[in-house]
Design a protein around this ligand. Sequence first.
Ligand SMILES: Nc1ncnc2c1ncn2[C@@H]1O[C@H](COP(=O)(O)OP(=O)(O)OP(=O)(O)O)[C@@H](O)[C@H]1O
Ligand SMILES: Nc1ncnc2c1ncn2[C@@H]1O[C@H](COP(=O)(O)OP(=O)(O)OP(=O)(O)O)[C@@H](O)[C@H]1O
Ligand SMILES: [Mg+2]
Ligand SMILES: [Mg+2]
Lengths: 256, 256
Amino acid sequence: MRVWAVANQKGGVGKTTTTVALGGLLAAAGARTLLVDMDPHASLTSYFGFDAEALPGGVYDLFRAGAADAPPPAERILPTRFERLAVLPATPAMATLDRQLGARAGMGLALAEALATLADDYDRVLVDCPPMLGVLMVNALAACERLVIPTQTEFLALNGLERMLRSLAMIERARGMRLPRLIVPTLYDGRTHASAASLRALRERHADELAQSVIPVDTQIREASLAGVPAGAWPAARRGAQAYRGLLDELLAQEA
Amino acid sequence: MRVWAVANQKGGVGKTTTTVALGGLLAAAGARTLLVDMDPHASLTSYFGFDAEALPGGVYDLFRAGAADAPPPAERILPTRFERLAVLPATPAMATLDRQLGARAGMGLALAEALATLADDYDRVLVDCPPMLGVLMVNALAACERLVIPTQTEFLALNGLERMLRSLAMIERARGMRLPRLIVPTLYDGRTHASAASLRALRERHADELAQSVIPVDTQIREASLAGVPAGAWPAARRGAQAYRGLLDELLAQEA
Ligand SMILES: Nc1ncnc2c1ncn2[C@@H]1O[C@H](COP(=O)(O)OP(=O)(O)OP(=O)(O)O)[C@@H](O)[C@H]1O
Ligand SMILES: Nc1ncnc2c1ncn2[C@@H]1O[C@H](COP(=O)(O)OP(=O)(O)OP(=O)(O)O)[C@@H](O)[C@H]1O
Ligand SMILES: [Mg+2]
Ligand SMILES: [Mg+2]
């Protein structure tokens, strides 16, 4: 079982879209794939049509693992209408976790421990992160072996990337291990100067960690999310799907 | 002094862009305007060219108000190159506040108390929020008299809006007061079905709280942020600036 996290503290850069797109392609290629929604805002959970408010639980239960009535993680997993693609959903209660857990030690491994119990059931796990450094993102970084960092090709998001990399360095120091990562340019619009300038800046500053694949702005990707279908399985999203296939090839090649 | 907060738990919907655009227009119209950056990711602080990592402090100090060495809020405010427009900046340390403060009572009013000390210095205050429900957003909601909720006109963001309104209802119940709010459609792209369908859904579901102004996708708005200039002061961003002027007129009319 291989675990990838998709994270960036900057909001709206395509984290959820990327997690779903890569997960959809892996499942279509035959891998038993689990998508974990670590964002209390539950975008990934909603993407597949689930009502996060109405669910009995999900990721939140991983943090109650010691409690007598906490179900095993497998019990909270929901199948989707796509073969081999399942979701461990988010619920709004997760927004209170940082305040509840506070400085309590040892809560950084709740996800890693839960995924260990699922190792025989899934080949691939992709973890979608919230746009905020906190216990939920820290758990995702501790549980994954590779990090995908979607970065919108424009100014405000480039600053955000520097901050994300600094937070990552802080977490790596605390854990004493380096996390392989791949920065993925997203929402690229070749018609605008700001997008092209940002991509050039990314290539100059982060050449060794930057994906070759650039995910273009593709309005059909939004249509796909309206329909609850991963970008790769939405025929009209040709450009976006092709870019995500290229990205998946790069990630798999790095693993070998 | 009038205080507006700009919030939505969904990431990347235009909160920072809206805060800066409205603040720039208010300052240009003669109001002494303070922009408060409550997002540890510090997008608003970076927008004006400040390096959040290098600053001595900012919003973080409001939460240390009791400490002997905590400076008065006014000391942390930075002028911008735009007349009558100043910034109370964010720093990355704010990301630890939820964990540090935990369930400690009474930390929901740190911003409101700080702004009270500045009442004679500013006519207008605009507060930019992080994309996460936590102590920073709760402070912004407690300190403001009106809430602006930018909502991207597409599917994932519409779900996010419902969740934001539920969180708001929870906070209003706890505080025993209703917060006037205005939902602002942003990043509208009339060429796509998803955008038009989302705007129709917004008009059906939230007619009484929805702004008449719709902020269009305008690539010049990104150019403006690259240059560190509010959208209204960037001549090429005609469409975006016009929409933001319309929005400001609506907000001012509701106040009267
Ligand atoms: N390549 C693309 N082309 C067009 N639209 C896109 C693309 N990728 C993402 N989007 C749209 O951009 C918006 C933001 O994407 P998404 O929600 O995946 O970002 P996120 O980083 O997960 O946001 P958050 O910070 O809220 O978790 C969504 O409306 C999505 O449909
Ligand atoms: N009307 C617009 N037209 C084109 N681009 C826009 C518009 N409004 C915002 N943007 C761009 O969309 C991106 C997201 O905007 P912004 O950073 O303001 O959102 P946010 O809600 O503050 O994000 P976060 O959740 O990270 O705080 C930015 O790159 C910004 O330049
Ligand atoms: Mg997301
Ligand atoms: Mg912002």
